[in-house]
Write a protein that binds this ligand. Structure first.
Ligand code: BG6
Length: 505
């Protein structure tokens, strides 16, 4: 296999550094808990990567007993191998459930009492992480009530710390993001707030800074003098699934662009900070958002394509269109696809287009970053070779393969002179057991109190400020007229294909 071998490196976390704590998950009966959080936690447990004493308390509006909650979570790890499943009963013993009415202060007082009772028999030093995995509309009442009943204090009555993890989307525009932040700061200090983006914890995404700044060969050419364009794609073949209630309010700009896509853009284009510390990295990212060339009424028309999936076929199976999905309004104008051409207006990037695309029910799930270099300035082979010389390209694959691939030209074997494109690539080993899952990583970082892989409020506000005109286009009454339809299983609306071609192999 053409490729490179990676010398093994000891990257495992020393779990003895982790302080004991209780993780309280609001929205515990929801999709995120079963699909992502619980499998990630159970994986960490089986690896011995959780703190010595660790308790999970599910909190939600559904009335359930501990036993019923444990039983629903058991089905979330159904696909785990036998060896790990044998350890489930031991893990399940550390899981509890508390019914909570998010808008009732009384209910939060009861939660506080129950937590103390649970921690009495499972001492975790009073350290608590509150994870908001509810619909975003609940963040405000939960944040407020945690403060009112004394659960948010930096050092609480049980002598431990309190931290708050906020799932995306953080607000639905600049105004609501500012309001949400003000409410959360009424209860929590900035150092206690962790605004999550699981893309930041993906191995290959973390690797972008290593690739750029731990090698001396890439950085000198990582600019407008050598790069023709940059593509960032996160396409999915899945539809809206059972999340229509949330998604129909959000759409692709709020669901994928304001967070994951903006982070990939920032990591690819930011300047190197002097040190790898959370505040310096976050500050460099904010500079990228500040440098984005604003989209106005006129430029937005040429820079943004919005689409919505219709019926079609995915891997041979017929699938319904977005408007036929359960829970979606029959006249919904919510965009499920967006492709944008953006410019980072600074010394390094002036004039280099960044194409960002994300959408549901597309031909394949593919997440990658394409760095397309310029063609050679002059071809000395023009008299000898029939074909043009293909420009170099660096692909940073995030899904399905986590890899780095550099395409360059080499002489084809044989008596006649010919060129062929060849790839030099490094693939991360496959991880079928989810040992390096991104949710596991962000949960551990939150236990450690490390903000490096989270958003700060400045970045959130700057990225909303930039994207508000785009999401407003998807919201406005005539949004339906602007939406380009596309068949499920295709590569999006026809209008986007010329740009799409630049990113596909
Ligand atoms: C989530 C979005 O944040 O990311 C989902 O809400 C999307 O709509 C998901 O499917 C994609 O994440 P991943 O890790 O599967 O690429």
């Amino acid at each position: 296999m053409p490729g490179l071998e990676m010398a093994s490196c000891a990257c495992a976390l020393d779990a003895t550094r982790l302080e004991s704590c209780t993780l309280v998950i609001f929205g515990a009966s929801g999709d995120l808990t079963g699909r992502k959080l619980l499998p990630a936690l159970f994986t960490l447990f089986c690896q011995g990567s959780l703190p010595k004493r660790f308790v999970v308390v599910g909190a939600g509006r559904t009335k359930m007993t501990d036993a019923e909650f444990r039983a629903t979570l058991r089905s979330a790890v159904q696909g785990f191998d036998e060896k790990r499943l044998k350890r489930w009963p031991e893990f399940a013993d550390t899981i509890f459930y508390v019914p909570v009415e998010y808008t009732s202060e009384e209910s939060f007082k009861e939660l506080s009492q129950t937590l103390m009772a649970i921690e009495k028999s499972n001492p975790t030093g009073g350290n608590r992480i509150f994870y908001l995995a509810t619909p975003p509309a609940m963040y405000v009442p939960i944040g407020r009530h945690l403060g009112q009943v004394g659960l948010a204090s930096k050092h609480n009555s049980s002598g431990g710390w309190a931290r708050l993890v906020v799932e995306k989307p953080f607000g639905r525009d600049l105004k609501s993001a500012v309001e949400l932040d003000a409410v959360l700061h009424g209860s929590f200090a900035e150092s206690q707030i962790f605004r999550i983006d699981h893309y930041l914890a993906k191995e290959t995404v973390q690797n972008i800074l290593m690739l750029r700044f731990a090698n001396s060969i890439f950085e000198p050419i990582w600019n407008r003098n050598h790069i023709n364009y940059i593509g960032i794609m996160a396409t999915e073949d899945l539809g809206v699934e059972h999340r229509a209630g949330y998604y129909d309010q959000a759409g692709v700009i709020r669901d994928m662009f304001q967070n994951h896509m903006m982070q990939l853009l920032a990591l690819t284009s930011m300047e190197p900070p002097a040190l790898l510390s959370a505040d310096r990295v976050l500050s460099e990212k904010s500079k990228v958002f500040r440098a984005l060339k604003a989209l106005d009424e006129r430029t937005i028309v040429d820079s943004v394509i919005l689409g919505q999936y219709g019926p079609g076929r995915i891997r041979g199976q017929e699938v319904p269109g977005y408007r036929q999905e359960d829970g979606v309004a029959a006249d919904s104008c919510t965009p499920t696809f967006a492709m944008t051409r953006l410019f980072v207006d600074n010394w390094r990037w002036r004039g280099v287009p960044f194409y960002l695309v994300s959408g549901k029910r597309l031909q394949e799930k593919r997440t990658k970053i394409v760095i397309q270099f310029k063609e050679v300035p002059h071809s000395m082979f023009s008299d000898t070779l029939a074909e043009n010389i293909t420009a170099n390209r660096l692909d940073i694959g995030i899904y399905p393969q986590e890899k780095i691939a550099l395409r360059f030209e080499a002489k084809g074997q044989g008596a006649t002179l010919c060129l062929s494109s060849v790839n030099m690539e490094y693939c991360y080993p496959v991880d079928p057991q989810g040992l390096h899952d991104s949710y596991g990583k962000v949960l551990l970082d939150c236990i450690l109190g490390d903000h490096m892989l989270f958003w700060d409020q400045s970045g959130i506000e700057l990225s909303w400020e930039f994207l508000d005109p785009v999401s407003a286009r998807g919201d406005c009454p005539e949004a339906g007229r602007l939406l380009q339809p596309y068949a499920s299983g295709s590569w999006g609306p026809q209008q986007a294909w010329p740009w799409m071609k630049l990113l596909l192999d």
